[in-house]
Ligand binder design. Structure first.
Ligand SMILES: Nc1ncnc2c1ncn2[C@@H]1O[C@H](COP(=O)(O)OP(=O)(O)OP(=O)(O)O)[C@@H](O)[C@H]1O
Ligand SMILES: [Mg+2]
Length: 382
């Protein structure tokens, strides 16, 4: 049993009514499952938050998905307080503790948020435990819209689908800056898609860490990751994957920024693979993963398919952008460009972002992963 800073019985943050109180938030006892790393991280994080009662009015629902519902909210007792977004996660049976997927989202948000302009910030967090049920409220900085809505609204205003070339470059640059920060921390997001990228006053923020994971060499990884249309071939083929999964997803969004259309849209996993090979070409036998149960031969009917599909984006992003796009969508994840190298690509030559960055991307991510793996091995053997 451990102590959590919890929301009092009478004050669930997503409330329309409530009493004013200056009392400190009582501490409640909550069971936590014994899943080593994430569990340990989350506990430290819980104690860092504001120790006062804050109550919120929910104004409207912003969206909902597999893991929760997000509301636009405002503090009741502080007129001047900023609007926030509250992600409400209900765990109906928390008798054995908070499930690992929920702890993971919290732990990763705490690890990554408020440290980079292109990652959404976690403002606060509440956890309310009643009988078997546990309600978690993640208080996030409020963003104007997600990237899907942003592309749609710019397209509407311009009368042509997609963003103008300058905006395509800026949005891609900011996404890569955010991703580079995650990858430096060895965090794979594993669900990059326009709905999980938010836009606030023109600044792009990666959000929704529900599928995020710290990647170590040889760690067992789940195959149930990445929304289908943004899912890379190595995940579809059930072979080992790494941080490069996120680069594939960003590549798919790069195309979508150009024409407001999903680039590779299959209806199921097999169709998604076929769509990829039909449009991008069937990979060489030498690139086909040896550990894969499905052989390249299975797709040989697609051998003659056109390889000129990506050229359609050239008019939006020029030759340099097209070259970067191709590097992001390489079948072999080992040959796919890293976030670091993408940011150094000549597509961004002379590009000055209006976002004030404190640091330059300086570390090659694969080196960091190797370093972290080494550290992990040391910890395990201690
Ligand atoms: N901080 C925020 N500000 C504004 N809107 C937000 C914010 N966070 C989330 N949203 C909106 O709510 C939607 C759902 O949020 P989120 O992706 O975190 O939930 P989810 O349950 O994990 O969703 P899914 O399973 O579909 O990925 C987002 O796509 C976005 O439109
Ligand atoms: Mg989401």
């Amino acid at each position: 049993m451990v102590d959590f800073l919890a929301c009092p019985e009478s004050a669930s943050p997503v409330l329309n009514e409530g009493h004013k109180s200056d009392a400190a938030v009582p501490v409640q006892q909550v069971n936590v499952c014994r899943s080593p790393l994430v569990d340990k991280g989350a506990l430290t994080y819980f104690s860092n938050f504001r120790r006062r009662e804050v109550r919120y009015n929910s104004c409207k629902e912003l969206g909902s998905g597999a893991f929760g519902t997000v509301y636009k909210c405002r503090e009741i007792d502080d007129e001047a307080a900023e609007t926030v977004a509250i992600k409400y996660i209900r765990i109906t049976d928390a008798v054995d503790g908070i499930p690992q997927w929920a702890l993971r989202e919290i732990a990763l948000l705490r690890r990554c948020s408020s440290r980079h302009p292109n990652i959404v910030s976690l403002v606060d967090m509440y956890c309310r435990h009643v009988d078997r049920r546990c309600d978690i409220h993640l208080v996030l900085e409020y963003c104007d819209m997600d990237l899907k809505e942003y592309i749609r609204s710019v397209s509407r205003n311009n009368g042509v689908p997609g963003l103008p070339p300058g905006q395509i470059k800026e949005v891609l640059y900011q996404m890569l800056r955010g991703l580079d920060f995650l990858h430096i921390l060895a965090v794979a997001h594993r669900d990059i898609k326009p709905q999980n990228v938010l836009v606030k006053n023109g600044i792009v923020k990666i959000a929704d860490f529900g599928l995020g994971k710290i990647m170590f060499e040889k760690a067992a990884v789940s195959l149930e990751v990445v929304t289908l249309h943004y899912r890379p071939p190595e995940v579809l083929l059930n072979v080992n994957y790494s941080l490069a999964v996120d680069i594939w997803s960003i590549g798919c969004i790069f195309g979508e920024l150009c024409d407001n259309r999903v680039m590779l849209g299959g209806s199921c996993e097999m169709e998604q693979l076929k769509t990829i090979f039909r449009f991008l070409g069937l990979p060489q036998e030498s690139d086909w993963p040896g550990s894969c149960a499905v052989t390249r031969d299975f797709f040989r009917a697609l051998d003659d398919c056109s390889r000129g599909f990506l050229e359609r984006y050239q008019k939006h992003i020029g030759d340099r952008g097209l070259d970067l796009l191709k590097r992001m969508l390489r079948f072999n994840p080992g040959h796919r460009v890293t976030s670091y190298d993408a940011l150094k690509h000549n597509y961004f030559e002379g590009h000055i972002s209006p976002v004030p960055y404190d640091t330059e991307p300086t570390v090659k991510t694969e080196k960091v992963v190797a370093l972290l793996s080494h550290e992990m091995n040391n910890i395990k053997t201690q």
